[in-house]
Design a protein around this ligand. Structure first.
Ligand SMILES: [Mg+2]
Length: 329
């Protein structure tokens, strides 16, 4: 396979509602689309989607890196830009799969499934509205839900989570994400009380690997590391200290699907489960992550890839769940 042409274009994603992240509210977002074409006319696409607080680089640095790579300056230009690396990695794999005439997940692993369950992120201003949204998601086919906690007093979180559990019944899985909001002192008590709602796992109840390691030993709810793991060194430290039961991997933030596959293998050999999630990027990036999740069998817990519905402006064909599943082609 030889790349005959490489194009880099800028796009603006917009969201249906402002999205609250740990680093503020986002309403729109600039991303880069890398399109590669081979001599036979096959194409492959990849996305670079820098996000404040999640990636070291911004859009300008990612663009410089991609343009330098496209001008055949080699991979060195990508060193400081994990999002540009992710775009190149996805586009090259997508192109290779297209040239081979198979879906990307099959190119990566011939035995992987074309359909994968995804967890739905459920939001609502009141316990009733949240429970209503949760019920809509489960009757719509989702078997796993994700709820954000930690932004409100714990009494409100307890009420909200209990309302959801009551509404959806005992079967669907509920995962929580506190985004590191709680102190090491208050977290054990909060987890103890939330456990009554039968929680599958909680992301970042506290912030930082040492604090996660401490909470792991007392938490009645399995603990997942997310923001506390940014580098391969963090991952090694997480494994060495047994600081989590699971690790959340965002291929778009850490250098792409190849890097995510390596991290997943390391985490698993260290006894941890992996959850592949999006970075609230466009369907180009979500699609690459979904193919990876299928290929490495990271389907339980269900990947957090049901985020295309949050976008008002997407790139390419929106990858939206149908009956709780993403279907890959
Ligand atoms: Mg998280």
């Amino acid at each position: 396979m030889r790349v005959a042409e490489a194009g880099v274009t800028r796009h603006t994603l917009t969201y249906r509602c402002p999205i609250m992240t740990t680093h503020g509210l986002i309403t729109e977002r600039r991303v880069l689309l890398l399109t590669l074409t081979d001599e036979d006319g096959h194409t492959g696409v990849g996305e670079a989607a820098p996000l404040d607080g999640f990636t070291p680089e911004g859009i300008d640095e990612a663009e410089v890196a991609l343009l330098a790579w496209a001008a055949e300056d080699g991979d060195e230009s990508l060193v400081d830009s994990p999002t540009a690396r992710a775009a190149v990695d996805a586009a090259l794999h997508d192109l290779a799969a297209a040239a081979a005439g198979v879906a990307l997940h099959q190119y990566l692993n011939p035995d992987s499934p074309a359909s994968l369950p995804v967890a739905a992120l459920v939001v609502g201003d009141t316990p009733d509205l949240l429970a209503e949204a949760a019920l809509a998601a489960t009757t719509g086919g989702h078997r796993s839900l994700k709820l954000k906690v930690g932004a409100l007093p714990i009494s409100d979180d307890l009420e909200r989570v209990a309302a959801v559990r009551r509404a959806i019944g005992p079967e669907p899985a509920i995962r929580l994400d506190a985004n590191g909001a709680w102190s090491p002192e208050e977290a054990p008590g909060h987890l103890e009380r939330l456990a009554g709602s039968d929680i599958q796992f909680i992301e970042e109840p506290v912030s930082g690997i040492p604090a996660l390691a401490n909470i792991m030993h007392v938490s009645p709810i399995p603990v997942a590391a997310d923001e506390s793991v940014r580098t391969p060194f963090d991952l090694d430290r997480l494994i060495a200290t047994g600081a989590a039961d699971l690790v959340v991997l965002k291929p778009s933030a850490i250098g792409g699907i190849s890097v995510a596959a390596k991290w997943a293998a390391r985490a698993r050999s260290g006894g941890m489960a992996v959850v592949v999630t999006s970075l609230l990027e466009s369907s180009v990036g979500i699609r690459a992550a979904a193919h990876l999740a299928s290929a490495i069998d990271a389907l339980d817990p269900a990947p957090g890839l049901a985020t295309a519905g949050l976008l008002a402006t997407d790139l390419g064909t929106p990858l939206l769940p149908e009956a709780g599943f993403l279907r890959l082609a």
